[in-house]
Design a binder for this molecule. Structure first.
Ligand SMILES: Nc1nc2c(c(=O)[nH]1)N[C@H]1C(S)=C(S)[C@@H](COP(=O)(O)OP(=O)(O)OC[C@H]3O[C@@H](n4cnc5c(=O)[nH]c(N)nc54)[C@H](O)[C@@H]3O)O[C@H]1N2
Ligand SMILES: Nc1nc2c(c(=O)[nH]1)N[C@H]1C(S)=C(S)[C@@H](COP(=O)(O)OP(=O)(O)OC[C@H]3O[C@@H](n4cnc5c(=O)[nH]c(N)nc54)[C@H](O)[C@@H]3O)O[C@H]1N2
Ligand SMILES: [Mo]
Length: 771
């Protein structure tokens, strides 16, 4: 690779760099008692990290947290405060010109606030005024016009109450961040194996012989995963990675908990093969793997062998093999190589590793889910695993790596726009009401509803919705037409400034803070990526005496809004979470048996998964081979001059929260206003690395979308693929460009063109034109 080209994967994940990343946030936030707090992170009777959803082991390390988990905690526990006096000094029109980074840097929100139109800012109000004000608007509204979004962090207890509140109010409009994330999994995986979540548990990584690893970046997004990956490699397990970007976290790792490795600076090499697949090329790449496996099987049988497929498993447990085999045999290697960008010989070598392994795990993240045909990519990965019975046994299975720390759990306890996934009959009995049966709105449908005027009220339990969704410019203007916006939040963000006519900003406790209700400390719980439920107990002093917990805020709103009923004592629930857990257990008795007693068990308790037991809750009652209808997951294919943009997370952000401007693991420092392109493409476009470029939409719908002021940076990427940061690039994503089955926005294959920036001023990426 030529000199000056970034992304060649020469940076090491973990190691001293990760400690210095933590130290920088520590020095800036100066949190009190941070070390005492961090020692309790992810430990039994401590609090569960609020960053990612990676599993929590039964036998934790002395420090069971990673660089980014520590950053998340330090960010929460900052000494800086966003007070009513701050808002007195700034109108929202002014704050809308600030960068997102600067908004969150103001610090923790301290008091409940109400929007005042005459002053154009938030002003202090009492909790009771807030609850009554929200109730007045909601009661005056058609219940179908209100939406209840959740961002994936709130506990199981808060989430259960939130979903119940929406349903008693009268709708199933309960989208959550999962709709932009792993909804492709919830829909795609459910269809083929009958389970909407992964089948693996953490221990499986101690027994697998190969990991086929697609589109997930553990170095940044789930760093504690690097430990089991390192252990696996040391045992001889082979990791085969498919990713357009050579992510340092999948290449070399120095374990910060291993003094010898730290001192000698000798990394473990993680990936056995690193295949830089084109964006959306996974369908063809896996087709190539399967084609070779079928060919090997046929050759072996022709010579009197048993073949390489697990025939007994296929006969007993699956449906649809023949159609899929015909498709694989018919697929041409030329086409496979063209769509995947990978060579036949590499794919055959990878398939040989698959065949040699007794136990294989398929891991994936946003690189598969955020595509127009993302659900078909997931179907292909399942096909690969089914060929050799790699589902529903120890050391094997499918492992989607979930995002927010309780995003999977929120779905488990009823935050879902899909009423068929919720035991409505039981809720009706338990709470004496008639639950709404109509389908609720997904994230995309919420955006359409706000745009078209059907949605009038938007409530948000955490998150930064307008920054996370596609089509930013149009959406922000539409949001300003709403009657009511309610934001339950910890820190100020862009969404709070894009408010409705009536708006409330309600500050809540973070997970590491002590939650005391009527004198009694309260624990909460969450579900990790492996369907294990963990209790969490905060100890740190709250950022302000006026903060309330999420369950008590929800209870306050519900109590003020909904007709009183003896079976729905909201305020009692909001003050005693054990009672809420009893309700959850009653609603889901199979999964939550002895809930309160078991939630502090080491390693959490497993709520079970039929697919892990080889019970397939699909329409055929079997695990299903699916034949893809397309050769690439891209919704709009390649064409001369067109690039496919992958929107990326830096190592210094948590979603829309930007901790800083260092993407250490990719060797990119100091700015997020960059556009990454391969040296060959830079030449072919007649551009020069270092110059300023604009990216414009090439979605063919006539809508002008543009992000400018980007420094063109040479980066090791496949031809035709460019990279830019989420959320800065979201203005380029059409609302209609989403996974066909689940409506997850296709943030990893956005069709665009690149041109030299003619404007002399560098565009301010993070503020928009609306005033
Ligand atoms: N520190 C930190 N931790 C986080 C988050 C964070 O922002 N910061 N976010 C949390 C959330 S909500 C989520 S959902 C997860 C997200 O975690 P990930 O699933 O890792 O998501 P991304 O970083 O968006 O992208 C994943 C990878 O997909 C690759 N990729 C892009 N397109 C393709 C493709 O077509 N095929 C293949 N095979 N690969 C592709 C990218 O290069 C990237 O390495 O992390 C969670 N954890
Ligand atoms: N282009 C592009 N767009 C994407 C993605 C992508 O990869 N590319 N990824 C998508 C994905 S995977 C996701 S999950 C979404 C994320 O979308 P969201 O979940 O909506 O966004 P976050 O940035 O995680 O929300 C951050 C805000 O949450 C609030 N917050 C933090 N902690 C708490 C808490 O404990 N309680 C409460 N009430 N509030 C809290 C703070 O005010 C903070 O500003 O974005 C999606 N958008
Ligand atoms: Mo996510």
């Amino acid at each position: 690779m030529a000199e000056g080209v970034k992304g060649e994967g020469d940076v090491v994940s973990g190691g001293w760099g990760s400690l210095s990343g933590m130290a920088q946030v520590f020095a800036r936030e100066r949190p009190a008692d941070a070390l005492v707090t961090l020692q309790r992170q992810n430990k039994p009777r401590g609090y569960m990290c609020s960053s990612c959803a990676w599993g929590k082991p039964a036998h934790p390390h002395a420090f069971e947290f990673c660089e980014n988990g520590a950053k998340a905690t330090l960010w929460d526990l900052t000494r800086d405060r966003c007070t009513p006096e701050f808002f007195e000094a700034h109108t929202l029109a002014e704050l809308r010109t600030w960068q997102d980074y600067d908004l969150e840097m103001v610090g923790r929100l301290t008091e409940p606030m109400r929007y005042d139109a005459t002053l154009d800012t938030y002003v202090r109000c009492s909790w009771d005024d807030a609850f009554q004000g929200i109730a007045a608007e909601l009661k005056a509204m058609d219940p179908d016009a209100a939406v209840f979004y959740a961002s994936g962090k709130a506990s199981l207890e808060a989430s259960y109450l939130y979903a119940l509140m929406a349903r008693v109010y009268g709708n199933n409009h309960l989208p959550d961040s999962s709709n932009m994330c792993h909804e492709t999994t919830s829909v795609g995986l459910k269809k083929v194996i009958g389970s909407p979540v992964g089948t693996c548990v953490l221990e499986d990584f101690a027994y697998c012989d190969a990991i086929f690893y697609f589109g997930q970046n553990p170095g940044t997004n789930s760093p504690r995963f690097l430990h089991p990956l390192q252990d696996a490699v040391k045992r001889g397990c082979k990791i085969i990675t498919f990713n357009p970007v050579r992510e340092a976290g999948l290449l070399h790792f120095i374990n910060p908990q291993n003094p010898l490795q730290m001192l000698t600076r000798t990394p473990t090499e993680l990936s056995h093969m690193y295949l830089q697949v084109r964006p959306g090329g996974d369908i063809s790449a896996i087709m190539g793997l399967c084609k070779h496996i079928f060919a090997r099987d046929a050759a072996d049988r022709a010579q009197g062998g048993e073949g390489v497929l697990d025939r007994a498993f296929i006969a007993e447990h699956t449906d649809g093999l023949d159609a899929f085999r015909h498709a694989a045999e018919a697929a041409s290697w030329d086409q496979i190589e063209d769509h995947s960008g990978l060579s036949r010989s590499d794919l055959e070598a990878a398939a040989d590793v698959y065949c040699a392994a007794n136990n294989v795990i398929g891991v994936y993240g946003m690189g598969l889910t955020q595509h127009v045909h993302g659900s078909q990519s997931i179907g292909m990965l399942v096909n690969l695993l089914l060929l050799r019975g790699n589902l529903g046994r120890k050391g094997a299975g499918i492992s989607p790596v979930r995002g927010h720390s309780n995003v999977q759990g929120q779905r488990t306890v009823g935050i879902s726009e899909k009423p068929e996934l919720v035991p409505l009959g039981r809720l009706a009995e338990m709470f004496a009401f008639d639950p709404p049966r109509e389908k609720g709105r997904t994230t995309i449908e919420v955006c359409e509803g706000v745009r078209d005027g059907a949605v009038r009220a938007f409530m948000s339990l955490g998150g930064n919705f307008v920054r996370a969704i596609p089509e930013r410019e149009a959406m922000e203007s539409a949001w300003r037409q709403l009657s009511l916006t309610v934001y339950v939040a910890t820190k100020l963000n862009r969404s709070h400034l894009v408010h409705g006519r009536v708006s409330y900003l309600l500050p809540c406790l973070v997970r590491a803070e002590a939650d005391i209700q009527r004198g009694v400390p309260q624990a909460v719980s969450m579900e990790d990526s492996f369907s294990h439920i963990h209790g969490s107990l905060g100890h740190a002093a709250p950022a302000s005496p006026h903060l309330r917990s999420e369950p008590s805020i929800i209870a306050g709103i519900a109590d003020a809004t909904l007709p009183p009923h003896p079976k729905r004592p909201w305020l009692t629930w909001g003050a005693d979470y054990t009672r809420v857990r009893t309700l959850i257990e009653e609603t889901y008795p199979d999964m939550f048996r002895d809930y309160s007693a078991r939630m502090f068990h080491k390693g959490g308790f497993y709520r079970g998964n039929p697919a892990r037991e080889r019970q397939w809750k699909t329409s055929s009652g079997k695990a299903e081979f699916t034949t893809p209808t397309v050769a690439t997951a891209l919704g709009i294919g390649r064409a001369p001059g067109r690039f496919h943009l992958i929107t990326m997370r830096s190592n210094d952000q948590f979603n829309t929260t930007i901790y800083g401007f260092s993407d250490r693991l990719r060797g990119l420092e100091g700015s997020r206003a960059v556009l990454l392109m391969s040296p060959g493409d830079i030449d072919a476009q007649g551009l020069v690395a270092g110059e300023t470029v604009s990216v414009v939409s090439d979605a063919g719908d006539g809508v002008a979308r543009e992000v400018g002021g980007l420094t063109l940076t040479a980066f090791d990427l496949p031809q035709g693929c460019i990279g830019g940061y989420y959320p800065e690039m979201n203005a380029l994503m059409p609302l209609w460009y989403h996974d066909e089955a689940s409506k997850t926005p296709a943030a990893k294959g956005v069709p665009v063109r690149v041109r030299r920036d003619t404007a002399t001023a560098v565009a301010d990426l993070m503020s928009t034109s609306i005033a």
